[in-house]
Design a protein around this ligand. Structure first.
Ligand SMILES: C[S@@+](CC[C@H](N)C(=O)[O-])C[C@H]1O[C@@H](n2cnc3c(N)ncnc32)[C@H](O)[C@@H]1O
Length: 280
């Protein structure tokens, strides 16, 4: 009996996620069930729906609910220099090698991608890291950080670059003074840093292929944990294809590299989750 109820619920959930994809354009079908069901409960509660079926009817009557659902299903917790050790190792291992390689090749372009950028904390941290690392050599390089996400709300806030005192908690005062302007109760990212980052919408799970190629560094942090293994593999394969050689892939501290890529990517720092695509 219990099994039947669970099976019915799983089928209803599948139907709902199919509908959200077909009619709403958001694909949460390969996300971990536990996260999706937990977060869905809130939408059911707020819309007065008792079952997934009720909620599907609500979606038909209120198509704007698709966007609210997508906002609720995406977890946007982030922070500046969120994994300090990783950023330290990017500065200590990745950037010196990349800069040396670029110099040898006579190349100026440095292209990076923050693949689930939330409210911009990650791409702005990367920009600050690059400024600090390159110092007086910054003008020698043509730097662009692509930053993408599926949350329109997060992208809007990221572009504005305005943060509360809670958002910037823990940032050293020297970083705050150098890279932020203090306005009223908020901290605004300096214009020249905002100009190093190009924000746009991109769904990592989409099948349209990779939006960027020949990237020097790809950050895919704290998003894979929400995806089922098969989808993680597909996303990682796409990211692998977007890397230059040499090119670096950086994952979140608790994330792991799919088995299918372990042969092709060299581990640079296991704790910092930094991997290198070397020459074929
Ligand atoms: C927990 S935040 C991680 C932010 C940042 N990378 C970090 O490590 O602090 C996860 C982000 O992934 C975004 N996201 C979820 N699904 C996505 C998808 N399919 N494509 C792109 N971004 C997605 C969410 O909107 C959210 O901003």
């Amino acid at each position: 009996m219990e099994n039947t109820v669970a099976e019915n619920e799983a089928t209803a959930l599948d139907l709902l996620l199919d509908k959200v994809y077909q009619d709403g354009g958001y694909d949460f079908r390969g996300y971990r069930c536990s996260t999706v069901t937990r977060r869905l409960q809130r939408r059911l509660h707020d819309t007065g729906a008792r079952t997934y079926l009720d909620y599907m009817q609500f979606l038909d009557a209120h198509p704007e609910e698709y966007h609210r659902l997508a906002e609720d299903l995406t977890i946007k917790v982030s922070g500046f220099f969120r994994s300090p050790y990783t950023f330290q190792q990017v500065a200590g291992l990745v950037l010196p090698e990349l800069v040396l390689y670029k110099r040898k090749q006579g190349e100026q372009k440095l292209r990076l991608w923050s693949t689930a950028c939330a409210r911009g904390e990650e791409p702005y941290s990367i920009a600050i890291l690059l400024i600090e690392f390159l110092g007086h050599r910054l003008p020698d390089f043509d730097v662009l950080i692509h930053a993408t996400d599926i949350s329109h709300q997060a992208l809007k806030e990221a572009q504005a670059g305005v943060y509360s005192s809670k958002d910037i908690e823990g940032l050293p005062i020297t970083v705050l003074e150098s890279y932020f302007a203090h306005r009223n109760e908020s901290y605004v990212v300096r214009t020249d840093i905002r100009q190093m980052v190009s924000f746009s919408y991109f769904d990592l799970t989409s099948l349209i292929g990779q939006p960027f190629a020949d990237l020097d560094c790809v950050f895919c942090c704290n998003i894979l944990i929400y995806l089922q293994t098969q989808l993680q593999e597909r996303v990682l394969e796409m990211l692998y294809n977007s890397l230059a050689t040499p090119g670096y892939l950086i994952l979140g501290e608790v994330e792991t590299l799919a088995e299918s890529l372990q042969e092709r990517l060299e581990c640079v720092d296991a704790k910092a989750k930094i991997y290198r695509r070397s020459k074929e």
